[in-house]
Design a protein around this ligand. Structure first.
Ligand code: HEM
Length: 508
């Protein structure tokens, strides 16, 4: 890639910076949203900043989202932007290591594994897994004792990370992966995860120990999955309808089946794609529920109203019923609005692209042109709280979604029906709108396919926890992109439901 591109009169304005190569990396890295808002005030919706030697042109607002996410994938290219980061972690032959048409076929295969029948089967498994976790994990000691009159505490980040990997592996990843979730698997996971750092982005090939660890972990993780696949090919039938089973049955248009390595690498990609995203969203959701006891009560009432059985006890959740709980749905939707786990979406610019005048007023030299060799960046996180769109956009208010005429519902409608798709107000609708101000799952060709699974996982998590305990915290912490631990306190409330006070000094 070109690190230095001569400046032209039609280039978008460049964000002022003191350090030549580093550019704005520190301000962006410490607090991307504040950085975007400050730049937006100074330069408008389209500007370029220097990120470790790369020139990154940001386009903000719904029109900016549309410009980048609705742009042609041959010009705003995803493989070029991400492959040097993702291929060493996921492995060869999948996702951004292959031409986009091949990855699009692979995405279609993954959709088979996420069929409604599979999702229906997953609800009970996720519920069981969380029940087990709460019954045995030391974080929930208070819940486990008979003495229900004392406060306990748990670290919401660790708990959510563990529950996310346990529930994803029990369902999508499959029985063998769930059984193989040992300390050594966690170690491999962490070493792989260590491959997603700014250093890896800037210098893909440094002779560093963390890179060697990443590569060793990738090889071992890949073998771990290949071994599972080969055992299945050799007759092991002790598994359920999981993603590996679905991928083993798929064929490319040219008639080829996926190789064992490709399946292994797709599984690693899915593991990584769903882990931080769901666990961070779950943490934020629990924190907000804890800070808003009335919402916690409303969620609890929703569970009681919908799931109390003839014997007066709560019965298990089902997929269809879970999809039809408006308060739960709004809580997830609203959490994803102000805390979308993916705050920046990047593409590499393969050819000069004019910026539409409707997105950014032309400069004295005519319209702006994003030069070939730049990266472009969309941040739906900005449009999702933009005061021009949302009333008190920084406030977490799930009830904003219940007003069918309100801004939130309109934004969501745009998000859902821009491509003429059916709007499904319940539970993780699938849509591809590129000009909506609300896009936590991205938009366009590269839109997330894990949305329904994430809603299911988060919805089951929140329901299961809210049935068991009441959550409290004084204040939800500010965004902080560097904290990895956060303590939560809990107080048992009745034998059916414990009160959990979240008292964390730090931030997720
Ligand atoms: C793509 C968000 C969970 C698999 C994306 C994108 C976003 C996103 C914003 C677009 C990236 C881009 O355009 O560059 C989220 C959020 C999640 C979540 C907020 C949870 C709350 C999951 C899960 C899976 C998954 C659970 C897998 C089971 C994928 C895949 C892509 C994707 C395969 C496609 C990438 C592409 O086409 O280039 N996700 N995701 N995601 N996500 Fe998710």
């Amino acid at each position: 890639r070109q690190l230095i591109i001569p400046r032209r009169a039609t280039d978008p304005p460049v964000v002022f910076h003191w350090l030549p190569i580093i550019g704005s990396a520190i301000s962006y890295g410490n607090d991307p949203l504040s950085f975007f808002f400050e730049c937006q005030k100074k330069y408008g919706d389209v500007f370029t900043f220097i990120l470790l030697g790369r020139r990154v042109t940001v386009a903000l607002g719904p029109k900016g989202n549309n410009f980048i996410l609705g742009g042609k994938s041959t010009v705003f290219n995803t493989e070029d932007a991400y492959t040097h980061l993702t291929t060493p972690v996921f492995g060869k032959g999948v996702v951004y290591d292959v031409p986009n048409e091949v990855f699009m076929e692979q995405k279609r295969f993954v959709k088979v594994g996420l069929s409604t029948d599979n999702l229906k089967a997953y609800v009970g498994m996720i519920e069981d897994e969380i029940d087990e976790f709460v019954a045995h994990d030391p974080n929930f000691k208070v819940y486990q004792t008979n003495d229900i009159n004392e406060w306990g505490s748990f670290d919401v980040i660790t708990v959510m990370q563990e529950i996310t990997i346990l529930t994803a592996s029990r369902t999508l990843q499959g029985k063998e992966v769930r059984e193989g979730l040992t300390k050594s698997f966690a170690g491999l996971y962490n070493d792989l995860d260590g491959g997603f750092t700014p250093l890896n982005f800037m210098f893909p090939n440094l002779p560093l120990e963390s890179y060697r660890k990443r590569d060793r972990a990738q090889a071992k993780m890949s073998d771990f999955y290949v071994n599972i696949i080969q055992k299945r090919r050799n007759g092991n039938t002790d598994h359920e309808n999981d993603m590996i089973a679905a991928l083993m049955q798929q064929k490319y248009r040219n008639g080829n089946v996926l190789s064992d390595r490709e399946i292994a690498h797709m599984m690693i990609a899915l593991l990584m794609a769903g882990q931080h995203t769901s666990s961070a969203t779950g943490s934020w959701a629990l924190l907000h529920i804890a800070a808003n006891p009335k919402v916690g009560e409303a969620l609890y009432k929703e569970q009681v109203d919908n799931f109390t059985g003839a014997d007066g006890k709560m019965r298990p959740l089902t997929y269809d019923e879970l999809r039809a709980l408006p308060i739960l749905d709004s809580v997830i939707r609203e959490t994803l609005r102000i805390h979308p786990p993916i705050h920046s979406i990047m593409r590499y610019v393969r050819d000069d692209v004019p910026v539409p005048a409707t997105l950014s007023a032309p400069s004295k030299d005519g319209i702006y042109i994003v030069p070939k060799g730049h990266f472009v960046m969309a941040s739906p996180a900005v449009s999702q709280v933009d005061p021009a769109v949302w009333r008190q956009g920084q406030d977490w208010d799930p009830y904003r979604w219940n007003d069918s005429e309100g801004v939130a519902a309109q934004a969501y409608k745009m998000y859902a029906d821009e491509n003429g798709e059916k709007i499904d107000y319940g539970f993780g609708a699938v849509s591809k709108g590129t000009e909506s101000p609300y896009q936590p799952f991205g938009a366009g060709k590269h839109r997330c396919i894990g949305e329904q699974f994430a809603y299911l996982q988060l919805g089951t998590l929140i329901s299961t926890i809210i049935r068991k305990m009441e959550l409290r915290i004084d204040k939800v912490p500010e965004h902080n992109y560097h904290v990895s631990e956060l303590t939560v306190s809990s107080f048992p409330f009745s034998d059916a439901r414990a009160q959990t006070m979240i008292t964390m000094p730090k931030d997720p």
